[in-house]
Design a protein around this ligand. Structure first.
Ligand code: FHN
Length: 443
């Protein structure tokens, strides 16, 4: 049904971002932040009806699939091999401490039982079941925390109007009412935070869709996202629930963690990421794909090696950040075998070396291509990642060292510190292909 732009929408356009005013996190929230900061590794899951087409989660936009045609997709989505317990065990065995799953992505399809729309897995697919329910139960059973990804942007709902920068060529979209859209999101968030037990966090995405873009840089946000009300609603329903928003900006008041997409904090290698000056004080999370795609992509064989995955965990931890590593399950509910196997290998590494990652903070020197530091109290771990020289140099290292040895064998490591930094002697035959860990005890 065609709906018209209301006057109130005109009035709210061009308003600045208004965040949860004077937000004081509760004790539960502060404890949750601490847990999050220590957790270091989580599983990201992008799963929706788009998986049927095997062309990623942006397929609706990329192929300009009309609303009518896309609405046929749910009838092909019947994930009879989905086993929530298997997914959770896989994550746990990989050393992951939490799972973040797409409850609703940009295609606007709800993967849960929502009463405020008919466009849901329960009402529109032959599967007819809510997948978040068994996932929440399995997570609870295994002691894994659960976060819900929630898209702010929607290519399906007419009320997502004014339109954003993306999805503009999707045929069949009508004008709607922004305020109705906000009411809808609040109702869905209430469902997500009421019907699935304790939720560790809400992971927002899509803010950037409403930013002006001149082809080179982003400009003003065109709408009022009502963050103040939305963030307050979440914290009122579940005070411990951590709010993160993938807006690529400095944290907005009311948020509890900051995320970085395919980017180590402050690097902005993508060009559209977060600038170094916008890195805040909140716990951090870097997200990255296990191959090259978020949603299932049949032709994507860029599977990352064990070395790449483990080194990304280490580099993230070297910045004091978590890594949220993504898989895109197939439409039958299975995770690709290549990814299961890679996660098994990562799990073995984490069981042997997790002490140097979990519960650590960033080290004294920022990570480089060749190394990263992690630290817990007076113990520092130097992770040598890509070095073949026997004399390894850490520029700008300062600190008084009590002892230094190889993490595994406990063999003593010779070193020297001068005004330029620290020289460490590690014979090549003592080096590990993925990570040579040196334990340093400070005085
Ligand atoms: O558009 C999304 C994309 O599909 C995916 O969900 C990633 C995950 O960080 N975030 C958005 C792009 O910034």
């Amino acid at each position: 049904m065609k709906r018209f732009l209301s006057i109130s929408v005109f009035l709210i356009i061009f308003q600045p971002i208004i965040a949860q005013q004077n937000y004081v996190p509760t004790n539960e929230n502060m404890e949750a932040r601490q847990w999050f900061q220590e957790a270091k590794f989580g599983l990201f899951i992008h799963w929706g009806v788009y998986s049927v087409l095997g062309d990623g989660e942006w397929v609706m936009n990329n192929q300009n699939i009309s609303i009518d045609d896309y609405e046929k997709l749910p009838s092909f989505f019947n994930p009879i091999d989905f086993d929530a317990e298997e997914w959770v065990k896989m994550a746990k065995d990989a050393g992951m401490k939490y799972i973040t799953i797409t409850s609703r992505h940009h295609d606007g399809f709800s993967m849960f039982d929502s009463q405020v729309t008919d466009y849901t897995i329960v009402k529109k697919t032959p599967y007819k079941k809510d997948i978040l329910k068994p996932l929440a139960a399995a997570c609870k059973k295994e002691g894994i925390k659960l976060f819900f990804y929630y898209s702010l942007l929607d290519w399906h709902d007419d009320n997502y109007f004014p339109r954003g920068r993306t999805g503009t060529k999707i045929p069949g979209r009508a004008d709607g009412n922004w305020e109705e859209y906000i009411i809808f999101m609040k109702a869905q968030l209430t469902e997500l935070l009421t019907n699935y037990g304790e939720i560790a966090g809400i992971w927002f995405d899509g803010h950037w869709d409403q930013k002006e873009w001149d082809g080179e840089k982003y400009g003003k946000v065109k709408v009022d996202w009502h963050y103040e009300e939305i963030y307050k609603l979440i914290h009122d329903l579940q005070p411990q629930c951590l709010i993160g928003n993938n807006h690529h900006l400095a944290p907005i008041e009311g948020e509890d963690f900051q995320m970085f997409e395919r980017d180590l904090p402050g690097q902005n290698t993508t060009g559209w990421g977060t600038n170094a000056s916008d890195v805040g004080e909140l716990p951090m999370e870097v997200c990255e794909t296990i191959n090259g795609s978020w949603g299932f992509n049949l032709k994507d064989n860029k599977h990352k090696s064990e070395k790449e995955l483990v080194q990304y965990i280490i580099r993230s931890a070297g910045y004091g950040s978590n890594l949220l590593l993504n898989v895109g399950p197939m439409p039958n509910g299975e995770i690709q075998l290549e990814h299961i196997k890679s996660l098994e290998k990562v799990g073995i590494w984490m069981r042997e070396n997790g002490e140097t990652i979990y519960k650590t903070t960033a080290g004294p020197v920022a990570p480089t291509d060749d190394m990263a530091f992690t630290r817990r109290g007076d113990t520092m771990y130097l992770h040598i990642l890509n070095d073949t020289k026997e004399l390894f140099f850490v520029e700008n290292f300062k600190g008084k060292i009590k002892s230094m040895h190889l993490y595994k064998s406990k063999e003593k490591v010779n070193h020297k510190i001068n005004e330029y930094g620290m020289f460490i002697e590690v014979p090549n035959n003592k080096k590990n292909q993925i990570d040579t860990i040196i334990e340093i005890i400070l005085k």
